[in-house]
Design a protein around this ligand. Structure first.
Ligand code: UGA
Length: 437
């Protein structure tokens, strides 16, 4: 199929490359010329394992192109809207201006049989509004909503082999036709028995935000248990292992620590709250405000623990911060708890030296006041305290004996509860996890 993808940020670039890899002829369009130049040279504008490789192989087949000219979408039968929906400044609600602008830009180029497919995360009700706009424009094209569940770090795998597909389509013939076109787009995944849910627009939009709200709630639940464990002298990691054995609960997303961040969970729960209030149902998901608060408290707690462990002040102490990205295998520092902890410690007068395998350039752009070291050993040298806040494999596998030779004081604070306390303590370290005795 010929497919256009509007917006070549995280979601769009991965979607365009994967659809081309699956055999479609794809053009990716974005207004950012620098991004398009990189992508056209088969280079990802951000860190994502495996993306460079599929950009390379798909470009070589001639099936993948990138352009800054929206007119290049002409000839495609399916147009995917994959632009961002960031949090509005000073508000909880999502900023839909990029979605609206993408549709307006597409309108003059749409043919009567074309299908517009929304993938961006939007407040429920957006698809119906956009479908009405398409009708009003009278171009004959139809709209479907097809939320995306890809995780950064696994984006290629999640796109090529999703764990489910959701189509939100219009009622009647129009919807049947839209679903048929989407079946062609996802023929490969469907051939591998990927579960498919065909539903209405509102349900498809809600599936996406409620999935992220559930994940955020799961993380804040275990972090709330960590707070109780701290007060009661219990171990939240053992607790998570024990309750996780109940398959109704499950162990995944029960890792307590400094909490969730990134470009999705935090802004999605806030936008969901704002939308529920607009719908007069704020009460129904008022708990998400608590989820957000618990999450933000854990970063503060980490900072408090560093201050306490250093005898009441971090002023002029060298603190090594291991990790800046919001999670491993990513260079994304949007709403990153790790970067936040580094910034707060720096604000309290600590001499922070932060390191990360991928996220230093993005962190420097936002917080040039921090100290950075690209080499882990350099970062650790002379440290009064070491704070692990993003669980990259290279930090999880640090040898406490070897690292002990580099630091001034053997004090480690594990903001992701990924180190073995016993091994570190045996090597002469003071180890402190979160919600662990
Ligand atoms: C999240 C969802 O997992 C995807 O399904 C969704 O498609 C995506 O948002 C999106 O809306 O686009 P992502 O933001 O890539 O994906 O990251 P996650 O793997 O969900 O992690 C989010 C945050 O939660 C990270 O900061 C991570 O460190 C934290 N986390 C995760 C915990 O603190 N504890 C856990 O047990 C799991």
């Amino acid at each position: 199929m010929r497919i256009s993808v509007i917006g070549c940020g995280y979601l769009g670039a991965v979607t365009a490359a994967c659809l081309a890899q699956l055999g479609h002829e794809v053009v990716g369009v974005d207004v950012d010329a620098a991004k398009i130049e990189l992508l056209a040279g088969a280079r990802a504008p951000f860190f994502e394992p495996g993306l460079d490789e599929i950009l390379g192989s798909a470009t070589q087949t001639g099936r993948l192109r990138f352009s800054t000219d929206i007119a290049d979408v002409e000839g495609a039968a399916v147009h995917v809207i994959a632009v961002g929906t960031p949090q509005r400044k000073g508000e909880n609600a999502a900023d839909l201006s990029y979605v609206d602008a993408a549709l307006e830009a597409l309108l003059p180029h749409l043919g009567p049989d074309d299908l517009v497919v929304g993938k961006s995360t939007v407040p429920v009700g957006t698809a119906a509004r956009l479908a009405a706009r398409l009708d009003e424009a009278g171009c004959g094209a139809t709209l479907a909503w097809n939320p995306e569940f890809l995780r950064e770090g696994y984006a290629v795998r999640d796109t090529i082999s999703p764990d489910r597909l959701v189509y939100g389509v219009a009622a009647g013939e129009e919807g049947v036709r839209a679903a048929k076109l989407l079946d062609e787009v996802f023929a490969e995944a469907l051939a591998h028995d990927t579960p498919l849910i065909v539903t209405d627009y509102a349900t498809a939009e809600l599936v996406k935000v409620s999935a992220n709200a559930f994940l955020a709630t799961k993380i804040s639940f275990i972090n709330a248990m960590a707070e109780i464990a701290e007060a009661a002298g219990a171990d939240v990691t053992a607790l998570a292992d024990a309750i996780g054995h109940d398959t109704r609960i499950g162990r995944r997303f029960l890792n307590a620590g400094i909490g969730f961040g990134g470009g999705c969970l935090p802004k999605d729960i806030r936008a969901f709250t704002a939308r529920a209030e607009e719908l007069g149902r704020g009460e129904s998901i008022a708990f998400l405000k608590e989820v957000d608060k618990i999450n933000l408290r854990r970063r503060e707690r980490m900072v408090e623990m560093v201050v306490e462990s250093l005898g009441g002040t971090v002023y002029q102490k060298k603190v090594t911060v291991l990790g800046l990205a919001f999670k491993p295998e990513s260079d994304d520092v949007r709403d990153s708890p790790a970067l936040d902890v580094a910034v707060r410690l720096n604000g309290l007068g600590a001499h922070v030296v932060a390191t990360d395998p991928a996220a230093i350039p993005n962190s420097i752009r936002l917080h040039p006041q921090l100290g950075f070291a690209t080499d882990t050993r350099d970062a650790l040298r002379g440290a009064d305290a070491v704070v692990l806040v993003t669980e990259w494999a290279q930090y999880r596998s640090l040898d406490p004996v070897e690292v002990g030779q580099l630091v001034r004081d053997r004090l480690i604070l594990d903001g992701r509860n990924v180190l073995d306390p016993q091994t570190w303590r045996q090597a002469g370290w003071t180890y402190r996890g979160m919600g662990r005795p």
